[in-house]
Design a protein around this ligand. Structure first.
Ligand SMILES: [Zn+2]
Length: 605
């Protein structure tokens, strides 16, 4: 940067001066640059100004890093509904940096994968969280991405709850940004995360944290590697989810404001709800005590988003986030948009309304952060873990090719194709999303049996909705390829965990694992390498961020490296990149100084 500054001084000016004088000239120009930098910061408030003044002694750092993930928020929701927002989502667009062409580059656009990518700045080929759940070849069973087999690890319930299981980040192969921040800055960082989902709260936090809290069976839950905090216990006791029993979710805007009809075509609402507003939170029975259906209703309603927002605000107050020596980390993953989207689809009044409510909640959260941490002292990123495809029956109305790629039927076809080749039965151990896993030793044998392999590939390609099949050996070590689809599967390939074969569906074909003869229990889904699943919002706001709209293609893996740059730390992976265009820079470092003081410094040293 110093060289860039001196290069602006007229040529032939410096060479006669002593080194000391050169230093003074550089300092004068640096100060001039600082002066031109101040007015932009001043617009953000007195605390930011103080931070800018302190920057001359030590590099300024944000006091708090806030990560917000909206589960299943499509990138185009911002374009479509921005005009109806008045709160936090609107503020992020207007005061922040809006990356309009952000998309995951890999195929497995699922919750655990997306959150681990956001949190680590790495792709699944690096962080190893290849799906929400995968086939464990050693134990010959499905495992979730957070299931921890260590007998010493246990889930812990707040407010007297006794949850099952043991969930941690032990399968995440690299540390999160938050862990690195704490480790590299001598432990001064407090790390607190919340979500309705374990796979979101845990991956955002990392392997250890001051608190990582999720919602399970009506209770707030954590596990033994994470701490429990008294204020979460207090909140769990005083405002449990069941306190919302009997409330009703009604439309919050005039009916004419909604883009779509009253009933979303092909939608499958949660048990006990129908396709029309209002939606009452009363469980299946409609009377009496909260039942599992009530908790599904609650998790699919604006009340769950509000509960997470309240927990985030309580954290700021109870821990005095942003007031200690280090940079603190607070993350919230809002799960409700995902539950609503799976049930009602992206073209529904429910999706539009839940975003109006979330916009208000985020407005409240940012106002709280302004008051307690100081406007300009914190940096916030909002993104999503994946998008979603329209409900197939709805898409078919356009006349376009769309449908359900039925995975149990695909599995049957492959078994049948191998009958002629005398393979052990069943030859297929599991079909999970795009990944096909063969029984032990079957795939090794297939690799040396071209006729049988071809029969398997032909059988898979005959299944309606299949566009292509990739083999594991084509994906190892990220081979160079011009095919975005081939690359997408390679970016998600983690040896040992990923499947043996990988199914690419045709566009608008939904991978459907519903068992034969069972009605589909959801409206739509996600998890493939098409833009409707890959394209998500990336919005940054606050400390160090240059507001504006940015159109270069980026990925959500770029968020963690950008946070790392603002905090002066290094992450292990270079899958993601610093979003340099959206970072504020003292102008004089990079271009001709424009203020009168800067001109004076340049011409009269
Ligand atoms: Zn998700």
């Amino acid at each position: 940067m110093g060289e860039a500054t001196l290069a602006m001084v007229p040529s032939g000016f410096l060479w006669k001066r002593t080194l000391l004088q050169r230093g003074m000239i550089a300092a004068a120009i640096f100060l001039a640059g600082s002066i031109s930098f101040v007015p932009r910061i001043a617009a953000q408030g007195p605390l930011a100004l103080a931070a800018a003044r302190n920057a001359s002694n030590a590099p300024a750092r944000p006091k708090l890093v806030v990560l917000l993930v909206v589960d299943q928020m499509r990138g185009d929701y911002v374009d479509k509904f921005l005009g109806q927002w008045t709160g936090g989502l609107k503020r992020l667009v207007e005061e922040g940096a809006w990356f309009r062409d952000a998309a995951y580059p890999y195929a497995a656009t699922e919750t655990c994968v997306g959150h681990a990518t956001i949190s680590t700045g790495a792709f699944p080929a690096t962080h190893g969280m290849v799906a929400n759940a995968w086939w464990d070849r050693k134990d010959q069973k499905m495992v979730t991405c957070t299931a921890d087999p260590d007998p010493n690890v246990k889930n812990i319930g707040y407010a007297g709850a006794t949850p099952q299981g043991a969930d941690t980040a032990w399968r995440m192969a690299v540390p999160s940004f938050a862990e690195e921040l704490k480790f590299q800055t001598s432990g001064a960082t407090r790390i607190v995360t919340f979500s309705l989902k374990a796979r979101a709260a845990i991956t955002m936090a990392g392997h250890k944290a001051d608190a990582a809290t999720w919602f399970d069976g009506g209770a707030w839950v954590t596990s033994s590697p994470y701490g429990t905090l008294p204020f979460i216990e207090e909140q769990a006791k005083s405002h449990p989810a069941k306190a919302d029993f009997g409330k009703t979710w009604s439309l919050s805007l005039p009916e004419s404001a909604y883009w779509y009809g009253e009933k979303a075509l092909g939608a499958v609402p949660p048990g006990g709800w129908d396709l029309t507003f209002p939606h009452a939170l009363r469980g299946k029975s409609g009377v009496g005590e909260p039942d599992p259906d009530f908790y599904n209703h609650w998790a699919s309603s604006p009340y769950a988003d509000t509960a997470l927002t309240e927990l985030a605000e309580k954290t700021v107050d109870a821990l005095n986030l942003g007031k200690a020596a280090g940079t603190d980390f607070l993350a919230v993953s809002y799960s409700t948009v995902d539950y609503v989207g799976h049930a009602f689809g992206p073209r529904s009044r429910e999706i539009q309304d839940i975003l109006v409510r979330l916009d208000k909640d985020l407005g409240t959260l940012f106002a709280h952060l302004d008051a307690k941490v100081g406007r300009g002292n914190y940096v916030v990123a909002l993104t999503a873990d994946h998008g979603v495809v329209p409900v197939p029956e709805d898409m078919q109305r356009t006349g376009a090719d769309a449908g359900l790629l039925h995975l149990p039927e695909l599995q049957k076809r492959i078994e049948k194709a191998l009958e002629a080749f005398k393979y052990p039965k069943p030859a297929v151990a599991s079909v999970s999303g795009s990944d096909i896993y063969f029984a032990p030793s079957v795939y090794d044998k297939l690799q040396h049996d071209p006729a049988a392999m071809q029969a398997v590939l032909d059988a898979a390609l005959e299944q309606p909705g299949v566009a292509a099949v990739y083999r594991a050996e084509e994906l190892r070590d990220r081979p160079a390829t011009q095919s975005l689809m081939h690359r997408a599967f390679a970016y998600g390939y983690f040896p040992g965990r990923s499947g043996d074969l990988f199914i690419l569906p045709k566009p608008y074909w939904l991978l459907d694992g519903t068992p034969l003869g069972t009605p589909r229990a959801y409206g739509t889904g996600h998890g493939v390498p098409y833009n409707y699943d890959q394209h998500v919002p990336v919005l940054l706001m606050g400390f160090g961020i240059q507001p504006g709209q940015y159109f270069q293609p980026i990925t959500p893996a770029d968020i963690a490296p950008t946070f790392a740059a603002l905090c002066g730390i290094t992450l292990s992976s270079r899958d993601g990149h610093v979003l340099a265009d959206a970072l504020m820079k003292p102008r004089s470092f990079f271009s001709r100084p424009r203020t009168a003081a800067a001109q004076a410094a340049k011409t009269n040293p």
